[in-house]
Design a protein around this ligand. Structure first.
Ligand code: SAM
Length: 329
């Protein structure tokens, strides 16, 4: 029996954070003074988890962190992941989310090892603004070189994720639209969620889907195109058929009803929702010598506890027990 939760949602997507460390200190994500809080595991442990989960119905694996490219051995890990087979006997779809700083030299080796796709996080298309957001000087050119290398390597479609914050980078909407058309990348705007270390989130700071569409229309109108039910992004093209822009709107247009994801943190805990208030220690069971079938039983039980939905902006909202950088987005 394939994994599904008690609301009947099939669980097919796995995100694994392979490190809790990050080389950027993005203002909306981190305090700037704190580093990694959690350890990481030998790759063989993540591989065993992924193998067991693939047997239970997972068919997509996304590597994230922290910053996954900081982890030495990631290329070999991708190669090992590419040998796994889903419950239907197919190879897994393997993707990576990265800040792109180290991507230029790694894109081709990762592709050769079996990586299918890459998403690069980038919150401004202006070098100075980019440095103010990441709090690291000179990163913009590295990231741009990373995007170009990913395209050359065929890690398509190369996606670029941008989190918008009111009063900070919402003026980047149109420049990002132009960037997506010129560079031939798929752009994804993501609504800011209350998952930051500093707990500064408020609904007023969120630049919503409707606002993004309105602002972009001042440049060129966007026309909605169909998206798969389980896809997090609503998808659009410009009215001349060029460019692809997605908007991931968990705050203004939640999509929890179609959620197909679970996450494994760098220290081997399962999280059933970004907003979970507890996690489930899969690695502790492995350390104690659990067999594959015992781990399968445990995972099935954990998945049954998956939350129905998040409560962002509601009076009963309880902050998640970890912030984004320590979960893996
Ligand atoms: N270091 C990698 C990167 O930069 O893509 C992977 C980890 S990062 C935590 C994953 C994604 O989460 C990034 O695209 C980042 O912009 C996004 N993110 C971080 N904090 C967020 C928040 N509070 N709301 C929405 N997205 C957030």
């Amino acid at each position: 029996m394939l994994l599904s939760d008690k609301f009947g949602r099939p669980i097919t997507d796995l995100r694994i954070a392979i490190t809790d460390r990050c080389n950027y200190k993005c203002v909306y994500c981190r305090t700037g003074s704190e580093g990694a809080l959690y350890g990481d595991l030998p790759f063989d442990d993540y591989l065993r988890m992924a193998r067991i989960l693939a047997g239970l119905g997972i068919n997509k694996v996304r590597l994230t962190g922290g910053e996954p490219l900081l982890r030495r051995g990631i290329v070999d890990f991708v190669r090992d992941l590419s040998q796994l087979r889903s419950s239907e006997g197919n190879r897994l779809d393997i993707a990576l989310t990265t800040n792109g700083h180290l991507l230029a030299d790694m894109a081709q080796p990762l592709k050769d090892a079996g990586l299918d796709r890459v998403t690069v996080s980038m919150d401004a298309v202006d070098p100075d603004r980019f440095a103010r957001i990441t709090r690291v000087p000179g990163g913009y050119d590295h990231v741009l070189a990373g995007i170009h290398a990913a395209k050359r390597a065929g890690l398509n479609p190369v996606k670029v994720n941008c989190v918008l914050l009111r009063g900070f980078n919402e003026d980047q909407i149109i420049p990002f639209g132009m960037f997506a058309r010129e560079e031939g990348v798929v752009l994804r705007f993501i609504e800011f969620m209350p998952l930051e270390e500093d707990r500064v989130w408020s609904r007023d700071v969120v630049v919503t889907l409707d606002e993004i569409l309105k602002r972009m229309a001042e440049y060129r109108p966007l026309i909605e195109i169909p998206h798969a039910r389980s896809e997090t992004a609503r998808r659009y093209r410009f009215d001349d058929g060029l460019g692809e822009i997605g908007i991931i709107a968990p705050v203004s247009h939640p999509f929890c009803g179609h959620c197909s994801r679970i996450r494994i943190t760098s220290d081997g805990k399962i999280r059933t929702c970004l907003f979970s208030v507890r996690d489930h220690d899969l690695h502790a069971r492995m350390r104690r010598g659990a067999s594959d079938s015992e781990l399968e039983t445990y995972i099935r039980d954990v998945v049954l506890q998956k939350e129905e939905r998040h409560h962002i902006g509601e009076p009963d909202f309880v902050p998640a027990s970890r912030t984004m950088v320590h979960i893996g987005g």
